[in-house]
Structures are given as structure tokens and as C-alpha cells.
Design a protein around this ligand. Structure first.
Ligand code: GAP
Length: 458
């Protein structure tokens, strides 16, 4: 299918109708920029997280996982710089009262060819005026000046009435990795360079034009911090650029829709930073980041906590404040890219069109669907379901014609359909249909687990 015919609207509609993703709090009219994963979506999302963890923790020497608290000591966010400066440049449309990020307006207007990262608020206002960038909602040009909005959600903690301390919902997971640097180093007896990884929820008070899962106020991040000596940091940074690219490709994204985007504007402590961008139906947008963070994080936490973040080299006895290379990617952001990549409308020989999701089998929500050709084959089919569901996430469907049932599985990307027919009762064989080629082979029930396992490896 041509990329130009893949619209976000088609992907969103399929997600809602097939149970991938529903609007958050839908029966109350929704809640902007929140989405709930349904029965199919939660499997997809879990498989994305499993693939990332396998690649970056399980198969990566010197990488250790953590699961840190969402609510952290508020001093963490002073040390990280978020309390002082984590905000977005926002403009309101005075006609329809909708609020937008000025940098997003510029990116969308220029279709990604202009990078607002390097612009001041005044430069962004000038660009918007000069190019007559109109409100995407109502089409008017009637903007307020840019104002900076805080991105951290605040809540409070206190046991005595009236005495409440502000605490923050974490806007990124990596601070939980920095504050545990020496705990992990000591207990894992880790030597530099080593990495700490985690997958967890983050929260940002984002105002977005509503690009589905792309930017939400609550989202999960898969983040990894590699602690190293400064002289090795640039090589490690380049290594993670490659690893991040390879992962994006292996998990199912087409290289033609991926590109590196080196940052023009660097934080004062950073030597280099880049994104990998994906060509979403809304244009080229950031998929993940790889950042050289210098010694900023360790030095700030050392300063604010008063506790040493120094690593002592066991051989040379050298005292080192580690440099950090970070790789960070959003679960929802990657899931959205995979949904867009997988979506396909295929015209069949009989002229009908089938919608099919070509997920990598390891990512597909269900690995196999068990379909009795007729309802009176249900007992045998349930036996096969019991066998396969011990190994894989399976679906079971006996409603409607076999053709309709295949189409339903194609739409949710199930790589294999196993059909139970009358020969199954005679000789213990079933047909197994491949989602992409639609070819069928006959196979013994005893060989199904081995056959499917060999095809869904990541
Ligand atoms: N610790 C570094 C950090 O958080 P970031 O570029 O702000 O860096 C990293 O975020 C990744 O997290 C992004 O590349 C994106 O994949 C994901 N992400 C960030 N904000 C998001 C949001 N509001 N909704 C969904 N995903 C988001």
C-alpha cells in the first residue's frame, strides 16, 4: 500500500473498532490526550516492551534493570533542572480558544523542514507571523503571544491538614536510574561502563493537537543510561545510535521511513545528541532520542543530595564522576509507529480488499487463532487451544464463515490461523495459514508448538 494512502484516521479507526486503543474516559466524553489500551492493544504494547527489554537488558552485558518509584523526593526535580525550566512555548488561538505548542505549529507548517529547537520565543513568533501559520482547528490567524507553560504535574503530600508539600509526577523515568547509580553498581559489582534500564510511566502536562498516541499526558518510557568514562563516551554514543536504529528495524519499521536527526541546539553539558525520526502519516517526527549528557546528571545529584556519586576504578583506584549516554524511547510512540507501518489494504485476486496488519510475529498481539471449520468440531478445537495457549497468546473464533474469520485475524495481525476440520478427527492434522502469503499447509497437531515457536522469534 502506498504510504500516502495510510492516514492516521484509518489507523485510529481500526484501533478503536478492533480493540487496540480506546479514547480515555470515553463514556464521560473523553479526556484530552489520554488513551486506554484494549485487549489487543495491551498485548501489542507488552510485546513491544518485551522485545526492548530482551534486546537492551537480557542480551546486553553490563545492563541492569530497575523499577523506581514514580513519586520521588522533590529535590530530584530541582537537581535535574525540571523545576526551574521544564516548560513548553504555548500560544492560544483567540478565536477558538484552543492552545498549541508554537514549536509544533512550526514543525507541522514546514512539514519537518524547519527545526524550531534553535529558535527563541521571539523567533518563533516571527516565523508564525511571516508564514501566516493559521490555527489548525479553526483556520484563523489570531494568536496570543507565546507563554511558557509548566510541563510537570504537581500533587501534594501531607498528613496534617493544611500542611502539604508539593510532589511531582515524574516527567521522565531516567532520574530513577541516576539516583540508583551507586546502589546498582555496588550490588551488581558492576564496572564502568555499565547501564541501568527501566520501563515505566511518565507524565507531562502536554497540550497537543491530538495526534493519537504520539504525544500523550501519561505515557511509558523505555530508558537506558550508560555510565562511562568520559574518554569512551562518544564511541558509546555512536554505538547506541546504531543499536537504536537496528532495534527499530528489527521490530518491524522499514528503513526507508527512518532517519537520523542530529540536534543543532545542544544542552550546555552535552557533546552530541540525536533523534531517530520515523515518517508517520503526520510527517517525520521523533521516535527516540540518544543523548550524550556529560557529567551533568551525576554532578547535579551529588550537589543536591550531598552524597558522593564517585565511582572508584577497582584496578587504578581512579576516582571518576561518570559521563552518561542516554537512549530513550516511548512505548506508545513506538507502538504507534508499528501500527502505522503494519497497516495495509491489499486488493485480492477476487477484487475484494483486505485490511491486514503486517506486524513482526513477535510483536503481533495474538500469535495464533484456532478456528473450527464447523461448530461441531469445537471440542477438538478447544483441545488445540488448550495446548497452544500454554505457549502463546491465542484467539479462538467459531463465529461466521471461515473467510470472515480469516479477515478478522488479518485485521489484528495474527500471523497464523489453525483450522480444525474433519480430517483433524481422522488423522490428527490441521491446516495452518500464513497471514502474509495466505498460503496454507497441513501439519500434525504435535508439531504446531515447534513450528510456531520457530517463526515468532525476536
Ligand atoms: N530522559 C530523556 C527524555 O525524556 P524526551 O526526548 O523528552 O527525553 C524521550 O523523551 C522519548 O519519550 C521520546 O523520544 C518519545 O519517544 C517519548 N515521549 C516523550 N514525550 C512523550 C509524550 N508526551 N507522549 C508519548 N511519548 C513521549
Amino acid at each position: 500500500m502506498e504510504n500516502s494512502k495510510k492516514t492516521m484516521e484509518k489507523v485510529v479507526n481500526l484501533c478503536k473498532s478492533r480493540g487496540f486503543v480506546f479514547p480515555g474516559s470515553e463514556i464521560y466524553g473523553g479526556f484530552a490526550n489520554t488513551w486506554d489500551y484494549g485487549p489487543i492493544g495491551v498485548e501489542l504494547e507488552n510485546n513491544v516492551k518485551k522485545a526492548w527489554w530482551k534486546r537492551f537488558v537480557q542480551e546486553s552485558p553490563n545492563t541492569y534493570g530497575v523499577d523506581a518509584s514514580i513519586l520521588m523526593n522533590p529535590r530530584v526535580w530541582e537537581a535535574s533542572g525540571h523545576v526551574a525550566s521544564f516548560g513548553d512555548p504555548k500560544m492560544d488561538c483567540k478565536s477558538c480558544k484552543q492552545r498549541f505548542r508554537a514549536d509544533n505549529l512550526i514543525e507541522d507548517h514546514s512539514k519537518g523542514s524547519v527545526c524550531p529547537d534553535t529558535m527563541t520565543n521571539e523567533e518563533m513568533e516571527a516565523y508564525i507571523a511571516e508564514h501566516n501559520v493559521k490555527c489548525p482547528r479553526c483556520g484563523n490567524f489570531n494568536w496570543t503571544p507565546i507563554r511558557t507553560f509548566k510541563l510537570m504535574f504537581e500533587t501534594s503530600r501531607g498528613t496534617i491538614e493544611g500542611e502539604k508539600d508539593v510532589v511531582y509526577l515524574r516527567p521522565e523515568t531516567c532520574q530513577g536510574e541516576y539516583v540508583n547509580f551507586l546502589n546498582v553498581q555496588r550490588t551488581a559489582r558492576a564496572k564502568l561502563p555499565f547501564a541501568i534500564a527501566q520501563i515505566g510511566k511518565s507524565f507531562r502536562n502536554e497540550i497537543t493537537p491530538g495526534n493519537f498516541l504520539f504525544r500523550t499526558i501519561e505515557f511509558e518510557q523505555m530508558e537506558l543510561q550508560m555510565f562511562c568514562k568520559d574518554e569512551t563516551a562518544v564511541d558509546i554514543y555512536n554505538g547506541y545510535k546504531e543499536k537504536a536504529w537496528q532495534f527499530a528495524k528489527d521490530v518491524g519499521l522499514n528503513e526507508e521511513r527512518l532517519r537520523f536527526h542530529d540536534h543543532d541546539k545542544l544542552a550546555h553539558y552535552a557533546k552530541c545528541a540525536c533523534d531517530i525520526q520515523y515518517n508517520f502519516p503526520i510527517g517525520w517526527q521523533e521516535l527516540n532520542g540518544v543523548h550524550h549528557r556529560g557529567t551533568w546528571d551525576c554532578s547535579r545529584h551529588q550537589e543536591f543530595s550531598g552524597k558522593s556519586m564517585i565511582y572508584t576504578d577497582p584496578v587504578t583506584n581512579e576516582k571518576i564522576l561518570p559521563t552518561v549516554i542516554e537512549y530513550s524511547i516511548g512505548v506508545g510512540r513506538l507502538t504507534l509507529a508499528l501500527l502505522c507501518e503494519a497497516y495495509d489494504e491489499e486488493v485480492l485476486e477476487n477484487g475484494e480488499t483486505r485490511v491486514v496488519m503486517h506486524f513482526h510475529p513477535a510483536i503481533a498481539p495474538y500469535k495464533v487463532a484456532i478456528l473450527p471449520l464447523q461448530k461441531n468440531l469445537g471440542n477438538k478445537a478447544k483441545e488445540v487451544f488448550a495446548l497452544l495457549s500454554k505457549e502463546f497468546m491465542c484467539d479462538y473464533d467459531e463465529a461466521g464463515s471461515i473467510g470472515k474469520r480469516y479477515r478478522r485475524q488479518d485485521e489484528i495481525g495474527t500471523p497464523f490461523c489453525v483450522t480444525i476440520d474433519f480430517d483433524t478427527l481422522e488423522n490428527g492434522t490441521v491446516t495452518i495459514r500464513d497471514r502474509d502469503s495466505m498460503e496454507q499447509i497441513r501439519i500434525e497437531i504435535d508439531k504446531l508448538v515447534e513450528y510456531i515457536s520457530s517463526k515468532i522469534k525476536f
